[in-house]
Design a protein around this ligand. Structure first.
Ligand SMILES: [Cu+2]
Length: 139
């Protein structure tokens, strides 16, 4: 009985952590967040060492471009964890309805950009995380 309980608890914990872990997504590929939203992240200019911009397009379930969600972005080098790390920043939207995330890849190597998609808080509801995307970039 105790063993069964332990296994169910383990499955529950693994299930929950799988839910919040980052999904690896490809640059330029449309990815479904849930039944309501999908997105695409791309570099309008080929990413290189130094400053650049990651542009994110968000669509609702009808395929209309929207800015309904909050996106928090951060980036780091996996092989140098912590050395370039930053606190996640709110990704601002442009007049044309894109989310524009400024990046600065300070050296050559493999970088990972993390994007956290959250619902916006309203008077009655708290903001909640829907999805975390991990994007690999080779500089
Ligand atoms: Cu580095």
């Amino acid at each position: 009985m105790r063993k069964v309980f332990f296994l169910s608890a383990l499955v529950l914990v693994l299930g929950i952590s799988a839910n919040v872990s980052a999904e690896t997504v490809k640059v330029g590929t449309k990815t479904v967040i849930n039944g309501s939203y999908s997105f695409k992240a791309e570099f309008p200019e080929k990413p290189k060492m130094g400053e650049g911009v990651l542009r994110i397009t968000l669509w609702d379930k009808d395929g209309k471009q929207v800015t309904d969600l909050e996106i928090f972005g951060s980036y780091d080098m996996a092989s140098m964890a912590g050395q370039h790390s930053m606190a996640p920043k709110t990704v601002l939207t442009s007049q044309k309805g894109f989310y524009l995330f400024p990046v600065n890849f300070a050296m050559r190597g493999k970088w990972q950009v993390d994007l956290v998609f959250k619902t916006k808080a309203t008077e009655n509801t708290k903001s909640s995380s829907l999805y975390t995307a991990a994007i690999q970039v080779s500089i």
